[in-house]
Ligand binder design. Structure first.
Ligand code: SF4
Ligand code: ZN
Ligand code: ZN
Length: 307
């Protein structure tokens, strides 16, 4: 069967054969034009939501997966000053391989990679259940937020970027709408402004699907960890992703319309009504922001006899 022509360059299976069909946008792109399309779309997202400029010092949270590695590479292609942060969670058959990929990319693009080793700071995630009643993912989230903010601030970064893609954001939105979780809905946005000691947080891939993100990383020959974290199989977000994927297959463009429609129509109303009144203190031990006298990370360290 003759492959379809690229919508942009109209070539047919010559130097850049058509590889990518994007039915949501009615596009068929060769590899070269897909990569250009993706970089332009991410750049437009950064500009549209005023995420950062070339004067910012950006820290990308890198997990070793396709999204965060692709994002880091893409930002360096666009000429942004972006370094990486890898948090070693000590998860068997997952963490050491993902760390290798993060280190490889840092060497390839000539950028700094900060590494935090949770196994020495606290303990490997699988061993944490003896110190905390929280589920692994909830604890892991607390740990990652703490170290991301701390490392970024201590090293003079102005923005923290994460690799959340359209599928992630649409699944979270779906869940928040299903449960009418107004508090979460009012904070769901691709940019969270800096608030006191908390850095500005951005999601430049929020309008890029999981498939598009994977193709970008593969076409640039960036090795990444394929299996999901073993704990993610229990995440309810996977079920929401499956539902949305089914709707997308029946009607291409569903995910992007659902998510960007929310950003355009509902998010501004929710922001207008939002009143946040968090009384923040600073941890008596580490000095990081907390709502209690001693932050949850220092409480864990105390239980473990680390401080
Ligand atoms: Fe952490 Fe859970 Fe994500 Fe694994 S799936 S990296 S444990 S939050
Ligand atoms: Zn082309
Ligand atoms: Zn503390």
């Amino acid at each position: 069967m003759t492959p379809p022509k690229c919508t942009i360059c109209k070539t047919q299976n010559t130097a850049f054969p058509v590889q990518v069909l994007l039915p949501s946008y009615n596009l068929k792109l060769c590899q070269k034009h897909f990569l250009e399309w993706m970089e332009k779309r991410v750049y437009e997202t950064i500009e549209k939501y005023r995420m950062f400029t070339k004067n910012d010092k950006i820290l990308v949270a890198v997990s070793g997966g396709k999204d965060s590695l692709g994002l880091w590479f893409l930002l360096s292609q666009l000429g942004y000053e972006a370094n990486g942060l890898y948090i070693d969670l000590g998860i068997p058959n997952y963490s050491s391989e993902s760390k290798t990929y993060a280190c490889q990319l840092a060497a390839r693009i000539g950028r700094t990679l900060h590494i935090v080793d949770i196994t020495t700071e606290l303990a490997p995630i699988p061993e944490m259940k003896q110190w905390s009643k929280k589920p692994a993912c909830s604890l892991c989230g607390t740990i990652k937020r703490y170290y991301m903010n701390r490392i970024a601030r201590e090293n003079g970064y102005t923005v923290l970027a994460t690799g959340h893609n359209l599928d992630d954001e649409a699944a979270v939105l779906w869940n928040n709408v299903m449960h009418w979780n107004m508090d979460y809905l009012s904070r769901q946005y691709p940019v969270l402004p800096a608030e006191g000691p908390f850095l500005k947080k951005v999601k430049p891939l929020c309008r890029i699907s999981e498939k598009e993100s994977a193709l970008y990383t593969i076409f640039h020959k960036i090795p990444y960890i394929k299996p999901e974290c073993p704990y993610s199989t229990h995440a309810s977000s996977l079920e929401n992703k499956r539902i949305l994927q089914k709707l997308e297959e029946e009607k291409p463009g569903t995910k992007i319309t659902f998510y960007t429609g929310f950003l355009k129509n509902l998010a501004p109303l929710l922001h207008k009504n939002e009143k946040r009144d968090i009384s923040l203190a600073f941890c008596r031990i580490c000095g990081e922001p907390t709502t209690t006298e001693i932050c949850s990370i220092c409480q864990l360290k105390q239980k473990m006899g680390k401080i």
